[in-house]
Design a protein around this ligand. Structure first.
Ligand code: GLY
Length: 390
């Protein structure tokens, strides 16, 4: 074999947390696995706040996704413990809970509806008065009118998670090609690897496309299996909390302010993550004065004391949005090509279940039961036509 040719059982295109967990789980199943990415562990996880918010981020019409989100949330304690034991790295996994609060009568009505939906869905959440919210979190604004306490919505530090997944992959023998994938190789109607930007021809028995918001742009992927993902920009701020006089915030606090979601995620390290805008602006990752202003303005309405804190970082990332806000997982209409993309707002939360689902699909050719609704084939024209009611 020439020096510019390599071969593996599984080639994962994209080394963000979704590509990495897929590669790690595939390698654990005995597949010789390679990952293509110029910067493994980079991507949206470097920006994300890391809320594991299956319950507080529940939306009408997304009950199917809720099932997958809960399945992944249930896996998190063991998943985090396994990664930490294997790599010696602390992931910042914190079972601190979340408090979603309302600042005015409209917000309160919206939260009441969310509470009703959570109860219909059998989820645990508790309605609190404004005073009860402030007793839990004394830094909250005096104007808070009520809130929902959800002790089951936790957090993790996505940067630590990404670093640990790179380490776990290395330990499991995953090979890293630190470059871009330029084109999918298709031989006799079957995905057979990729040509990389450095000229390497990386042959593979199966290819997993896990390129986040870039997944729809890989050359060589036939149009009918190209994932319909788009970038949805999120600007996120990082501040530093004082650790001297007890916690500034002891749990994630969130609200909808003037129609925009704002959340404050306090880490044990003293980092306070404030997010996030949601902007359909293509590939733009500029941090704007307006974005920072709106986040600080809304966060300040919730927790006025934040204006005293050092602002240490501003950054923007791209969520991989899909047409139904749910991920695309598993085999496609092109033999040998699988997808793990389109995780939109839930990439960090869905990391454990995605790794398990893709490893199962690589080994058996089929998705496990819980992941079947997320087959990429739900977007293919042929499937849509055959599923039309008579
Ligand atoms: N899940 C939080 C966000 O997408 O902003």
């Amino acid at each position: 074999m020439s020096p510019t040719s390599t071969s593996s059982d599984v080639l994962v295109i994209g080394g963000g947390i979704i590509g990495l967990v897929t590669a790690w789980r595939a390698a654990q199943r005995g597949f010789a696995t390679a990952v293509v990415d110029p910067e493994p562990g980079g991507g949206a996880a470097q920006v994300a706040a890391g809320m594991l918010a299956a319950v507080t981020e529940l939306h009408y019409g997304e009950q199917t996704l809720l099932g997958l989100n809960l399945a992944s949330a249930r896996r998190y304690p063991d998943f985090a413990a396994e990664l930490t034991e294997l790599t010696g790295r602390d992931l910042g996994y914190r079972r601190c809970g979340t408090l979603a609060v309302a600042l005015d009568a409209d917000d309160r009505a919206h939260l009441r509806e969310l509470h009703a939906l959570q109860q219909q869905s059998g989820l645990e959440s508790q309605w609190l008065s404004g005073r009860e919210c402030r007793r839990l979190e004394p830094m909250l604004a005096p104007g808070v009118r009520g809130g929902l306490r959800v002790d089951g919505d936790h957090q993790i530090d996505p940067r630590r998670l990404a670093g640990a997944l790179v380490a776990a992959c290395e330990r499991a023998g995953v090979v890293f090609h630190r470059t871009w994938a330029e084109r999918l190789t298709v031989v006799r109607d079957r995905a057979a690897g990729a040509v990389l930007a450095d000229g390497t021809e990386a042959a593979a028995g199966q290819v997993v496309l896990a390129g986040g918001s870039l997944s729809g742009r890989l050359a060589g992927v036939p149009d009918d299996v190209l994932p319909p993902v788009r970038p949805v920009k999120g600007q996120v701020l990082r501040l530093t909390m004082p650790l001297r006089h007890g916690p500034f915030l002891s749990r994630t606090v969130r609200a909808v302010v003037r129609g925009s979601h704002v959340y404050l995620v306090p880490r044990e390290s003293g980092e306070l993550v404030v997010g996030a805008t949601s902007e359909e602006l293509g590939w733009d990752t500029t941090v704007t004065a307006g974005g920072v202003y709106e986040l600080l303005r809304d966060a300040h309405e919730l927790v006025p004391g934040i204006t005293e804190l050092p602002l240490t970082e501003t950054r923007a990332g791209l969520r991989p949005g899909s047409p139904d806000n749910a991920p695309l997982l598993g085999p496609t209409g092109l033999e040998g090509l699988l997808l793990a993309t389109g995780h939109y707002r839930n990439g960090v939360l869905l990391t454990p279940v995605t790794g398990d689902a893709l490893a199962h699909a690589l080994a058996t050719g089929e998705l496990p039961e819980e992941a079947r609704p997320f087959t990429p084939k739900r977007f293919s024209t042929a499937t849509a036509l055959t599923e039309q009611p008579a």
